[in-house]
Design a protein around this ligand. Structure first.
Ligand code: GDP
Length: 304
């Protein structure tokens, strides 16, 4: 929690003191609403989420004047409820692949978002938590990508399935990865996929081909498709996320680089606008710097 708080420091510093000052003045007048609006927009919470937050806060404050501490507590609850909504209201802190079963997690995202690093960190958590884990290096387009994944495989002590040939078909690597996983009773297969957003059609075809291979070869597996999103991109990242959610059937988001940004509010925008849960957050380059997402922790780190 301390690390996350430090990570969100920049977002928090901008947000929390000013919010305290504003809501401490009693029921929100038009000026206060405008100030909160601009604070939230600066933190890249986005227009839609900001409107929702202000409306909720306002409707409560119209009923009764709240002292600052209570107003902040209420604001926290609004944010937690928003963040938990895609998960049906429950927030989970655990690392949740189903035991004794093949779970396949497709990791998507544009190059540079932190995909490889996230895969390494996930493999590390999986290994530490006693899961049998494998990585399939299916981002075969970038020459360096497979090598990079192997470095993270070594760090996390998880084997990487890769095809040594140039320009191999990503779906073929996924096929090999599933075969290896099945013969070793692997519980979590992490699949690195290409992130060339420039060519939406190719990306879509590639991802759906991978899906077809999975459906055919491992029809009983639990499949998750996680989008790795660079939080420092703020609202631009949201547009990326929208494109990915058109081409891939996403089930959640990993928000990276929260340590380097004042745009941590993007988490709320992602959830509000795409209806996707945040599943993990990255707040550093090290192998330990990934945490399962908890709305409680996130909101506390943001507003305490
Ligand atoms: P990929 O191209 O999507 O596979 O991205 P990489 O995993 O290679 O990461 C790109 C850069 O972002 C690297 O320098 C990583 O160390 C860095 N990075 C990844 N995740 C985080 C994070 O949570 N915080 C910080 N500060 N840097 C990160």
């Amino acid at each position: 929690l301390k690390r996350l708080r430090q990570g969100l420091d920049k977002t928090r510093r901008n947000l929390v003191n000013q919010l305290r000052a504003i809501v401490g003045q009693g029921p929100l007048n038009q000026d206060a609403v405008l100030e909160i609006e601009s604070l939230l927009l600066q933190a890249d919470v986005g227009i839609e989420a900001t409107d929702h937050i202000i409306e909720s806060l306002q409707s409560r404050l119209r009923q009764e004047a709240l002292p600052p501490a209570e107003a902040i507590a209420y604001l926290k609850q609004i944010l937690r409820d928003m963040l938990d909504r895609p998960l049906g209201g429950s927030h989970t802190l655990s690392f949740v692949p189903e035991k004794d079963k093949l779970n396949i997690w497709l990791i998507t995202g544009v190059n540079g978002a932190g995909k490889t690093t996230t895969i390494g960190k996930l493999a590390h958590i999986a290994n530490k938590s006693g899961y049998r884990c494998l990585i399939a290096a299916a981002d075969t387009f970038r020459a360096a990508a497979v090598q990079q994944v192997k470095v993270w495989g070594d760090r996390s002590q998880v084997e990487v399935i890769a095809n040594p040939g140039k320009n191999t078909d990503p779906a073929a690597v996924v096929f090999d990865g599933i075969a290896a996983a099945q013969s070793r009773n692997t519980e979590l297969l992490l699949v690195d996929t290409a992130g060339r957003l420039q060519n939406k059609k190719n990306l879509m075809e590639e991802l759906s081909k991978i899906r077809r291979i999975i459906d055919k070869k491992a029809p009983d597996a639990n499949v998750e498709s996680l989008l790795v999103l660079d939080a420092t991109l703020g609202q631009n990242g949201l547009r990326q996320a929208e494109v990915f959610s058109e081409v891939a059937k996403l089930s959640g988001v990993v928000l990276t680089k929260l340590d380097g940004t004042a745009k941590g509010g993007i988490a709320l925008a992602v959830v509000q606008q795409l209806g996707l849960p945040i599943r993990f957050i990255g707040a550093g380059e090290g192998i330990e710097d990934l945490r399962p997402f908890s709305s409680y922790e996130f909101v506390e780190a943001l507003l305490s």
